[in-house]
Ligand binder design. Structure first.
Ligand code: C5P
Length: 224
């Protein structure tokens, strides 16, 4: 199961990120570099992890015109990222251009559907006609039709996406917490094992592992 675990290294300090990577070596399938770590350290933090033999999910959620977004994806691929993501709401043409920049088999390209921080009222305010579940499914289908490998989605959407998009579509889910964990600011959580049983291919876990006194043991305990 550990191949399914993606650990979010949400830190600004390069030393802390590399220390966590060392501590976690062999305990997780992939390490996630998001906006905080990337803006603080630049592309060299991705290269440093890839050079250590780690697989990196570069979680920068690109959303721009097709030309700009696809060139960013091409650069992420050159850095050696194993997974890159874009906002599905950037549209079919943007996603297709990004797919061309990271051909199938050379790395996974995932779509972000609806940010879980947005409620139905927020969606209405930015012009979405449907509620969050219907919007997520619409964007997941759009991502699939544009050739993306899968989507990032909250635990409560896994089952519906799996049903709508079939068994080959990748579903990655954050919001993972065990019974003993603090929920932090995550509202709708699920255990890692339950998320996989519901249909997730990858689970993203951050603070329950990165803030543990023994991150390696905490990574193993995620499945407990
Ligand atoms: O610390 P925690 O386990 O909550 O970290 C989860 C990671 O997944 C963070 O990097 C967070 O930005 C990311 N994420 C999330 N919810 C989403 C999308 C991404 O928690 N809907």
């Amino acid at each position: 199961m550990k191949e399914r675990l993606v650990v979010a290294l949400d830190r600004s300090s390069r030393d802390e990120i590399l220390a966590l990577a060392n501590a976690l070596h062999g305990a997780a399938g992939m390490l996630k570099i998001g906006l905080q770590a990337y803006v603080a350290n630049g592309p060299s933090i991705v290269r440093a992890l890839v050079d250590r033999g780690e697989k990196v999910f570069l979680d920068l959620k690109f959303h721009d015109i097709p030309n700009t977004a696809s060139h960013a994806v091409a650069e992420a691929r050159k850095l050696g990222a194993s997974i890159v993501n874009v906002h599905a709401s950037g549209g079919a043409a943007m996603m297709r251009a990004c797919r061309d920049a990271m051909p199938r088999g050379e790395g996974l390209l995932l779509g972000v559907t609806i940010l879980t921080s947005l409620g139905d009222d927020d969606l209405a305010a930015v012009g979405y006609r449907d509620d969050s579940e219907a919007s997520v499914l619409r964007l997941a289908r759009l991502a699939q039709d544009a050739g993306l490998d899968g989507v990032v989605a909250s635990p409560r959407e896994i089952a519906a996406i799996r049903k709508a998009c079939g068994s080959d579509f990748i579903i990655m889910t954050p919001g993972i917490r065990g019974a003993a964990d603090e929920s932090d600011d995550q509202k709708r959580t699920m255990s890692a094992s339950a998320a996989v049983a519901t249909g997730a291919n990858y689970v993203v876990v951050g603070r329950p592992i990165t803030e543990a006194s023994d991150p390696h043991a905490a990574a193993a305990a995620v499945w407990g």
